[in-house]
Design a protein around this ligand. Sequence first.
Ligand code: DGT
Ligand code: MG
Ligand code: MG
Ligand code: MG
Length: 299
Amino acid sequence: MAKSKFEYVRDFEADDTCLAHCWVVVRLDGRNFHRFAEKHNFTKPNDSRALDLMTRCAQTVMTELEDIVMAYGQSDEYSFVFKRKSNWFRRRASKFMTNAASQFASSYVFYWKDYFKDQDLLYPPAFDGRVVVYPSNQTIKDYLSWRQADCHVNNLYNTVFWMLIQRSKLTPAQAQERLRGTLAADKNEILFSEYNINYNNEPPMFRKGTVLIWKKMRKIKPLRSEIICPKASEKLDFLPKCSYKSIKEIKSKEIKPPGETEGKQVEVTRIRTKPVALHCDIIGDTFWKEHPEILEDDS
Ligand code: DGT
Ligand code: MG
Ligand code: MG
Ligand code: MG
């Protein structure tokens, strides 16, 4: 078919291809969630309902979109890491970002009532997004460490800040003044000596945020199952895209060949995994040693 004379307008489209072989990160962040949290009576400083809802949305994003190897979330933000060699939408940044943001935002509304049973959703929330590419395993690990360190610093501050207000009846300005110039050790000391709180015993979800990684799905009962841990060197044709540790499930299914009345039993192989939430440290080496498959070259 002949091209119309208007076709040339395509040349105005900017190229936003993410650099080949780099980790692509999409970070979403709630728009004006300071106000959103107030209006919806979020518990201070942490609202488990809100954090669980965020994680539900992130799990939906991981399941519905292609090629996300892990995610990390805290407060009103979630970061999604796409595999180095993803060719989803030919690696266009705008596609990664807008698909993640719209899937996340619609899920937030869709699942709201499952988490906030006594609190209506008063207006439509929005999430902004950005894309950053990281060229090496060290830089992607440092990116995730940065977000987890941010979670720690903010949560320690907020935990003391709200104790000073809620328990010691300080005004926000007085609490701020009391904490000016204090180090982490000082804040831990205030929590311990004044409120008998050992910060390390606070819920890990608040202190560490949430890591989502792919794990085998437990719901399905396979006829036979076998754990397979493919190495980068092993090319397994029944594992088309994923090389994370997974479960191969072989189920029996009845099919009817064309023209035949009798069905016959055949074995069907399916890989079932789902994004599972952990609240662990990802700054140290332990996590990466326990899950080497996440950053494998072919992941
Ligand atoms: P932005 O992102 O520039 O549009 O503006 P904000 O207001 O979303 O600012 P941001 O993202 O830096 O900070 C997140 C806000 O969300 C922060 O003011 C506290 C609030 N928030 C997040 N999680 C919780 C929670 O669990 N409880 C409460 N009370 N507030 C929360
Ligand atoms: Mg922001
Ligand atoms: Mg925000
Ligand atoms: Mg934020």
